[in-house]
Design a protein around this ligand. Sequence first.
Ligand code: CAA
Length: 292
Amino acid sequence: KRPAGAPDAALARPIQRVGVVGAGLMAGQFALLFAKALRVPVTITDIDAERVERGLSYIRGELDKQVAKGRLRPEDAAAVKELVVGTTDKADFADADLVIEAVFEELEVKKKVFAEVEAVVSSECILATNTSSLSVTAMAADLTHPERVVGFHFFNPVAVMPLVEIVATEKTDDAVVATAFALAKGLRKTAVLVQDAAAFVVNRILLRLMGEIQNAYDDGTPALVADRALRPMGLPMTPFTLLEMVGIPVAQHVMESLHAAFGDRFRVSANLQRLIENKVTGLWVRNDDGSL
Ligand code: CAA
């Protein structure tokens, strides 16, 4: 097991170029954050040009919104837009100091991505994963340099959630962990070092609450009722609203990992599984005006 503290900050290496694998909701959000907070070039990739373009337009759109709100100067938005480029070829990561992935939450998919990235990057390049619940140790197991792998887990919405969980395996190099902490600081996030255990710390706690609401839903309480019942509790977001924001399939994957690791405490919702199978993405718990 790793020690509880962060290693010596002096070991941290500079991050001057970032690669992001996946151009979906999470990846788009943190690609934007890397470019905006660190002002370093960020290259995003996905399985096809359409997905890459969708990721880039999300980033441009968010920057435009910030300009419209008066939060960002137009010239700064333009500079950040210049920093983010898209590609469908992972070979374009050759100069990256850090490549972070947020692809489909399945171990084999993530292992394949890391193997492909390792084939093109330098031996110093750090491979980070934004997995919410999978084993980082298993993800690194077949790589030539498993010591370069670290978990760097953001929360949704990335721009405002202050925490990052840094997951170090028994093999992760101290310099890699130190760099992850320095990176979190550069992104103005609070970092905690967590064990490589199913769903780490935050989701393990959060999903106890979410799981109990889902049990009520499975037992016949309508989603809207279960959600509304919790509104007076003063949570920043009620559980099903949060579930919609995170994405039902993503949350279900986290619950599956927790069920596999701690089956006595976590149960996978049959009702949510049916929604996923029917490609239903919402639970209709929003306010009448559509706001969350
Ligand atoms: N993207 C970017 N910024 C956002 C945003 C989004 N999706 N949603 C809200 N914001 C920003 C707003 O622009 C606003 O910023 P300004 O003050 O600069 O304008 C700020 O957040 C506050 O927003 P609001 O006043 O509209 O709303 P709020 O006070 O209700 O806060 C919230 C919104 C911070 C999202 C709050 O509802 C919250 O904390 N919700 C819980 C979120 C949470 O628990 N996330 C963890 C999910 S689990 C996960 O992600 C892990 C996983 O692995 C699956």
